[in-house]
Design a binder for this molecule. Structure first.
Ligand code: HEC
Ligand code: HEC
Length: 227
């Protein structure tokens, strides 16, 4: 009898925790709250546009932190600030839970943008030349990601963002793999110019300010190429 009761209690406990998992995942309150975000970030947090960040699979504590930074104005983003201002702490928790529980989608095969040619007067690059250029950038980006740059004292990204660019959940360092290259280029440039955060103590300001535009592009294509 006692054994049966214990088993029943254990089952109830399991049910309760499965309920929690569901509530936190795809069918919970977060999904409804996130409906207004779908236009830019995609239904499940996998935005289809290069300039809008994917949120799916991102660490919950990082998402919560960013939404609070938009609200307080510590992270400067004219598009996100008014949207974040309308979210209370509970909504932020639920939305972050929802996106963190989804899986980030791999990017389709990468290609350089049509306007990549820096010198307008030079003959346009052929497809073969563009492919070779992209491969060179990805290799350079991978090297920078793993080893940093001793000459310019750019830290190795791997130290904080991990070998698979999976980030560091306890430390709230964001996951980067499979993020859109256009968003990464923009946000690293924004860190560098002070357009994302004014705080000069921000770790990524200190790193990005030492990066060349080509390094930013290279590491962005490398990260975007990771599944
Ligand atoms: C009109 C388009 C648009 C809508 C709608 C929108 N966002 Fe955003 N979101 C952006 C853009 C653009 C950025 C990048 C901001 C920047 O750094 O300049 C962003 C960034 C973010 C980030 C930071 C991601 C990162 O990797 O650092 C979070 C979190 C976020 N949005 C959550 C939301 C939530 C939650 C909603 C719905 C309440 C929402 N967004 C609605 C455009 C939008
Ligand atoms: C010392 C730890 C550390 C190192 C090293 C580091 N990062 Fe970061 N990174 C962070 C932190 C912390 C944040 C969040 C910053 C914030 O909240 O403003 C971040 C944010 C980012 C973001 C923004 C992600 C998003 O979704 O908006 C990108 C992109 C990024 N880092 C790329 C890099 C690259 C590329 C390198 C190597 C050249 C690198 N990081 C090295 C700690 C680090």
């Amino acid at each position: 009898m006692i054994k049966t009761l214990l088993t029943a209690a254990a089952c109830l406990g399991m049910l309760a925790s499965t309920d929690l998992v569901f509530a936190a995942g795809s069918s919970g309150a977060g999904k409804a709250q996130a409906a207004s975000c779908a236009g830019c970030h995609g239904e499940d947090g996998n935005s289809l546009m290069d300039g809008f960040p994917k949120l799916a699979g991102q660490h919950k504590n990082y998402l919560v932190k960013q939404l609070h930074m938009f609200k307080s104005g510590e992270r400067l983003a004219p598009m996100m600030a008014p949207l974040a201002a309308g979210l209370d702490d509970k909504a932020i928790e639920e939305i972050a839970d929802y996106y963190a529980g989804n899986k980030i989608s791999a990017n389709p095969p990468l290609s350089l943008p049509a306007d990549d040619d820096e010198d307008d007067d030079a003959p346009a690059k052929t497809e073969e030349q563009k492919k070779a250029e992209l491969a060179r950038l990805i290799a350079k980006g991978g090297d920078l990601y793993r080893n940093g740059d001793l000459k310019t004292a750019v830290s190795a990204c791997i130290a904080c963002h991990g070998p698979y660019a999976e980030g560091n959940r306890p430390a709230a360092y964001p996951s980067l793999h499979a993020q859109h290259s256009g968003y990464i280029i923009k946000t690293l440039t924004d860190f560098k110019t002070g357009a994302r955060v004014k705080n000069k103590e921000n770790m990524m300001y200190m790193i990005a300010v030492k990066m060349s535009d080509e390094e930013i592009k290279a590491v962005a294509y490398y990260i975007a190429s990771l599944k």
